[in-house]
Design a protein around this ligand. Structure first.
Ligand code: ASC
Length: 257
């Protein structure tokens, strides 16, 4: 356990919030978590405003209005929920580890459901309007990202949630789970950026270069996604911000590990 870390043992760990001492470094973590949520909410607001105000709003009828669900679902699922699922261990460090793992898996399953709905929306739009499917780099990387994301989810659940994997396997696999989780997250954000650029070139090609407000809005959305992803990656990889085991989670006899 970190020096200075005083767990509050008079608590059952359910919804317990933040227990770490308010060291300067922990204050920075709390501020960054707030910044991340503000960026995430701003990104969702921007993608909704863009599609509702500039692109004609929403429907589920094979038209461009069905397409509009695609960017919204991808930003909500594959960026906002994906990122929050990664850093949930930093948000609620006093919640029992098993509950955190379950929440991590459920949030990422929800992200996957959004991504599948987002894919359905774009395929339905293409098929109804006679546009070809999966020819662009955006679509190749995007489908690869969703497939890898689901593979990572299944592997993670089999290893860390189900009771079958030995401690040895869990420990061996953990650096890969963390590394590839972040790689796939970065792929997801890169795919969003390509999709945003692609859509601008399809729709406002003649005014984009004269700083059309829609272009500026979508550029700002892209920058917000990059900042969100960057801060999530920073928080997730800072070793001294890793969740410390609760007293009841400490191995009793280290010598037999
Ligand atoms: C788990 C879990 C971890 C790892 C660790 C081995 O199931 O919650 O933190 O495996 O025990 O790296």
């Amino acid at each position: 356990m970190e020096p200075g870390h005083k767990p509050l043992v008079d608590d059952d760990g359910i919804g317990a919030g933040y227990s770490y001492p308010r060291t300067p470094s922990m204050n920075v973590l709390l501020v960054l978590l707030g910044v991340i949520e503000a960026l995430g909410v701003a990104a969702i607001a921007m993608v909704c405003y863009w599609t509702a105000h500039y692109r004609g709003g929403f429907a589920w009828d094979g038209t461009g209005q069905e397409f509009n669900w695609h960017p919204v679902f991808m930003v909500v699922g594959m960026v906002f929920l994906y990122g929050n699922g990664i850093i949930i261990y930093r948000f609620l460090p006093r919640l029992a580890k098993k509950k955190l793992k379950l929440a991590h898996a459920i949030i990422h399953k929800a992200a996957f459901v959004f991504s599948v709905l987002g894919l359905v929306a774009v395929f339905a739009f293409h098929n109804a309007t006679g546009l070809p499917n999966v020819y662009s780099l955006h679509s190749w990387l995007g489908i690869g990202t969703v497939v890898l994301f689901n593979a990572q989810w299944v592997l993670g659940m089999s290893t860390y949630l189900l009771p079958f994997a030995s401690r040895w396997i869990r420990t061996l696999f953990m650096p890969y789970h963390r590394f590839f989780g972040l790689v796939i997250f970065a792929m997801s954000i890169a795919t969003c950026l390509m999709g945003l650029t692609e859509k601008l070139l399809f729709t406002i090609n003649d005014t984009y270069s004269s700083f059309a407000p829609e272009g500026i809005l979508v550029n700002c959305l892209g920058l917000t996604l990059v900042l969100f992803g960057g801060f999530v990656g920073y928080i997730a990889t800072r070793e001294d911000w890793k969740r410390q085991p609760l007293p009841e989670e400490q191995p009793i006899n280290m010598s037999i590990e």
